[in-house]
Design a protein around this ligand. Structure first.
Ligand SMILES: Nc1ncnc2c1ncn2[C@@H]1O[C@H](COP(=O)(O)OP(=O)(O)OP(=O)(O)O)[C@@H](O)[C@H]1O
Ligand SMILES: [Mg+2]
Length: 342
C-alpha cells in the first residue's frame, strides 16, 4: 500500500480510537454516577435499618422492663397471698380453738356440776367420821387422808366451775399493791418453805382501778403458785407494779417474775390452754393460766408471758384504770350498788 493510503488509514484508525475513548469516558461517567446513586441508596437503606433496629431495641428493653415489673408484681401478689393464707390459717385455728374451749367449758361445767353435790356429801360424812373416830386409832389418820383428798377434789371442781361459769363480777375501786400484798400474805409461808424469796417493787403513785377483788386475787394466787412451782430449789419472785397505758388510756401493769425453770418454747403457746399442764398428776389441773386469761379478758386487760428456759418467766398483766363496760361498779361493801359506768 502507498504511503498516502497508509496515512489515511492511520488517521481513520486514530479517529476511531478517539471516538471509542470518548464513548468509554462517557460510559465511565455513567458508571460513576450509578455507583454514587447506589451508594446513596445503600446509605439511606442502612440508616432506615439502623433506625428500625434502634426502635426494636427500645421496644425490647421496654418489654424487658415490663416483664421485670410484672415479675415484681407477681412476686408481691404471691407474698400478699401467702400472708393472707397464713392469716386465714391462724384465724381458723383460733376459731377451732374457741370452739374447743367452748366445748371444754360446757363439759367442765356439767362434770363439775355433777361432782359438786356428791363431794359436799362425802365431805360432810368424812367430817363426822373424823369427829367420831378415836383420835389415836389408825382410822383417824386414814380419814385425814380421805378428807385431804376430798378437799383437793373440791378445789378442782371449784376451779372447773370458775373456769366454765365465772361468778358474777363484783367491781370496786382497788389498790393493786394492796391486793398483791393480801395475796402474798396467803402464800408467803408456803413460798418461804420452798426457799423462795419475794421482792416487791411497787409503784407508789399507782392509781386505783375498777376491778373484781376476788378475781384479781385469784390471778395473783395462780401466778405466784406457778412461779413457786417453777423454782423447786428456791429462787426469787419479783412482784412489780407500774403505771401504764392501754389502747391510749390510763392503765396499771403488774408483773410476776420468777427465776425458775422457764417454759420450753414449744409449750409457750399452749400454757394458756385449759388443761395444759406439765405438772405431775394430782398437782396441776392446767386451769390456772386459762382462768387468769379469762379474768383479765373480762377486765379488758392484756396478759403476756415471756420466758427463757433456765432463766425464768415473767407474766405481765395490764389492766385499764376505768374498767368501763365490764360490769357495774359497786362499793366495797357487797350489795351497795353504785350506778353503772361507761
Ligand atoms: N412461772 C412459770 N414457770 C414455768 N412454767 C410455768 C409457769 N407458769 C406456768 N407454767 C407452765 O404452764 C403450765 C400451765 O400453767 P397453769 O397455771 O395453767 O396450770 P398448772 O399450774 O399446771 O395447774 P393449776 O394452775 O391448775 O394448778 C404449767 O403446768 C407449767 O408447765
Ligand atoms: Mg397454775
Amino acid at each position: 500500500m502507498s504511503e498516502p493510503g497508509l496515512r489515511t488509514q492511520l488517521a481513520a484508525a486514530q479517529e476511531t480510537i478517539r471516538d471509542l475513548q470518548g464513548e468509554l469516558a462517557e460510559t465511565n461517567r455513567g458508571l460513576v454516577a450509578l455507583a454514587l446513586e447506589l451508594e446513596a441508596r445503600v446509605d439511606a437503606r442502612t440508616a432506615d435499618l439502623r433506625e428500625a433496629h434502634e426502635e426494636l431495641e427500645r421496644t425490647n428493653s421496654e418489654l424487658v422492663q415490663l416483664t421485670l415489673e410484672l415479675e415484681d408484681r407477681v412476686a408481691q401478689r404471691t407474698t400478699d397471698l401467702q400472708a393472707k393464707t397464713e392469716e386465714l390459717r391462724a384465724t381458723s385455728q383460733q376459731l377451732w380453738q374457741a370452739a374447743k374451749l367452748a366445748t371444754m367449758g360446757e363439759l367442765a361445767a356439767s362434770v363439775a356440776h355433777e361432782l359438786n353435790n356428791p363431794l359436799a356429801t362425802i365431805s360432810l360424812h368424812v367430817e363426822s367420821l373424823v369427829e367420831e373416830a378415836p383420835p389415836t386409832g389408825s382410822a383417824a389418820g386414814r380419814l385425814a387422808v380421805v378428807a385431804q383428798e376430798v378437799d383437793r377434789m373440791a378445789g378442782l371442781v371449784a376451779n372447773l366451775l370458775q373456769f366454765s361459769r365465772p361468778s358474777r363480777q363484783q367491781i370496786s375501786s382497788l389498790d393493786l399493791n394492796e391486793e398483791l400484798d393480801r395475796t402474798l400474805d396467803i402464800v408467803l409461808h408456803f413460798l418461804r418453805r420452798g426457799r423462795v424469796t419475794v421482792a416487791r417493787e411497787y409503784a407508789l403513785d399507782l392509781p386505783l382501778i375498777h376491778a373484781d377483788r376476788q378475781h384479781l386475787r385469784q390471778i395473783f394466787l395462780n401466778l405466784l403458785m406457778n412461779a413457786g412451782d417453777a423454782m423447786p430449789g428456791g429462787g426469787t419472785i419479783t412482784a412489780r407494779t407500774a403505771v401504764a397505758a392501754l389502747r391510749g388510756k390510763p392503765a396499771v401493769a403488774v408483773e410476776i417474775a420468777d427465776t425458775g425453770s422457764g417454759i420450753a418454747p414449744e409449750h409457750l403457746a399452749r400454757v394458756q390452754e385449759p388443761f395444759f399442764t406439765t405438772k405431775p398428776e394430782g398437782k396441776g389441773t392446767g386451769l390456772g393460766l386459762a382462768i387468769c386469761r379469762r379474768i383479765v379478758g373480762e377486765h379488758h386487760g392484756t396478759l403476756d408471758l415471756g420466758s427463757a428456759v433456765g432463766r425464768g418467766t415473767t407474766v405481765r398483766i395490764v389492766l385499764p384504770v376505768a374498767n368501763g363496760t365490764n360490769g357495774r361498779v359497786v362499793a366495797d361493801e357487797p350489795g351497795a350498788d353504785a350506778p353503772a359506768e361507761d
